[in-house]
Design a protein around this ligand. Structure first.
Ligand code: SF4
Length: 443
């Protein structure tokens, strides 16, 4: 039976006050959108309403209180944020039913309150942000969504029917948002979309002005600009179209991280054809070799589906052989599962569950061995690590340039003194296992 996807919650927003408040509202909504929340244009359709208040003048406070009152009357489920959050008592006295009150710039707290009031519905079938990432993103890394929707029609996927065709954001708008994120403490930008390599096709590559120069809405141009903002830039959901070759030199120059997340999904031509995957004609193994010649430290992450209808033993063996050749750094695998509305549900050749399980176990074992060998080769080397957690006793957890948050490995550290979340430190790797590294700061 096909899996039915529930509708994600809708959030309404009333944003009052100055442009700074508007920026905060945009940031909160961007975060919620990246987690799959939908926006509601009216009170009635919203599962929860956010009122971003202004408390600069008495008149502004009164306007804010009126807006809260209206939202409560019209919807009833209201979260208050913004400058009036400082006067939580006054708000609670007048509106005891308010669900939560947070202050200005307290993005994480607002998002947490939304999670509580209208819990997100994570779905591995449509979410760009991993389920674990639905916990609060710490301030030092941020997801940056560059487009919505997709022009492809992969037979197992329902995203185009849910989210429509590709709609790219203007490059200047993306860069403005990225610049604000960096100014607010982001040290790592995670570029996401359904198909990052297709960015800009729908807006006909029309250049926009940014900092006095033209920026073309193209993955390479955008990556080059993002790389100049002073944060790590990591590209996700890149399909191996020929033009992807152009971003590899940017990695060699150190402008963007030597990391590509390419959801190959399979390698056997027969299966890729049935999956209707984009860019599958490319000679991927040769290109991986060429990329590594330019950026030797490039880490390639990918996901694969096993047990797709019609996948034969020979197709699966082809995939394992391909993985041996490709030597991907990080691999996630899924057993095929029909999703309601997907064209693949009508394909013949369903693979029995037991066979799926066996193939899943074999692909995980094979790719874990590749990962272990690649990580072992890093022992003794010095690498840069961004800190994600620091305790009081010198213990810390971070990630190397090869590790995206929540989906890849970690670097466990000792003797980290006087450092904070988001700091990037030089580390000597002392040990490794299948997925993680262990080490200590250099010097
Ligand atoms: S490229 Fe394929 S899998 Fe990815 S969103 Fe588009 S249709 Fe879905």
């Amino acid at each position: 039976m096909a899996t039915r996807l529930p509708d994600s919650p809708k959030v309404g927003m009333v944003s009052l006050g100055c442009p700074k408040n508007l920026v905060d509202s945009e940031r909160i909504l961007t975060k919620l959108r990246s987690e799959g929340y939908r926006m509601s244009a009216d009170y009635a359709g919203a599962d929860v309403v956010l009122v971003n208040t202004c408390g600069f003048l008495d008149s502004a406070k009164e306007e804010s209180l009126e807006a809260i009152g209206e939202a409560i009357a019209e919807n009833g489920r209201v979260i208050v944020t913004g400058c009036m959050g400082k006067e939580a008592e006054a708000i609670r006295t007048r509106f005891p039913q308010v669900l939560a009150i947070t202050g200005a710039h307290e993005y994480e707290q607002v998002v947490e309150a939304v999670h509580e009031a209208a819990p997100p519905i994570p779905s591995p079938f449509v979410d760009l942000v991993p389920e674990a990432g639905l916990k609060l993103t710490p301030r030092h890394y941020s997801y940056l969504k560059i487009s919505e929707g997709c022009n492809h029609r992969c037979s197992f996927c329902i995203i185009p029917s849910l989210r429509g065709d590709l709609v790219s954001r203007r490059p200047d708008a993306i860069l403005r948002e990225a610049e604000k994120l960096v100014a607010a403490g982001t040290r790592e930008l995670l570029v996401i979309s359904q198909d990052t390599s297709a960015y800009g096709i729908d807006i006909r590559r029309e250049p926009r002005m940014w900092k006095g120069r033209e920026v073309v809405p193209h993955m390479t141009d955008l990556a080059r600009e993002l790389g100049q903002l002073g944060a790590w830039v990591r590209l996700h959901y890149v399909y191996p179209y020929p033009h992807v070759d152009q971003v590899i030199p940017l990695m060699a120059e150190g402008l963007i991280l030597p990391y590509l997340d390419i959801p190959f999904q399979h390698a056997a031509p027969n299966v890729l054809k049935r999956m209707k995957r984009p860019a599958n004609e490319a000679k991927v193994l040769e290109r991986l070799k060429a990329w590594r010649a330019i950026a030797p430290d490039i880490a390639i992450r990918s996901t694969f589906v096993v047990g797709f209808p019609g996948e034969t033993d020979a197709d699966f063996e082809y995939l394992l052989d391909w993985l041996d050749e490709a030597q991907l750094d990080r691999v996630g695998a899924f057993r095929f599962e029909p999703v309601e509305g997907a064209a693949a549900n009508d394909l013949d050749g369903a693979v029995p569950e037991a066979v799926k399980e066996e193939r899943y176990a074999r692909i995980m074992e094979r790719t874990a061995a590749i990962s272990a060998a690649k990580l072992q080769a890093k022992v003794g080397r010095e690498i840069d690590v961004i800190l994600d957690a620091v305790d009081d006793e010198g213990g810390a957890t971070g990630r190397s340039m090869a590790d995206a948050p929540e989906i890849d490995g970690e670097v466990f550290l000792r003797d980290v003194i006087g450092r904070e979340l988001g700091d990037i430190i030089r580390v000597r790797v002392e040990d490794a296992d299948e997925h993680d590294l262990y080490g200590a700061p250099v010097g």
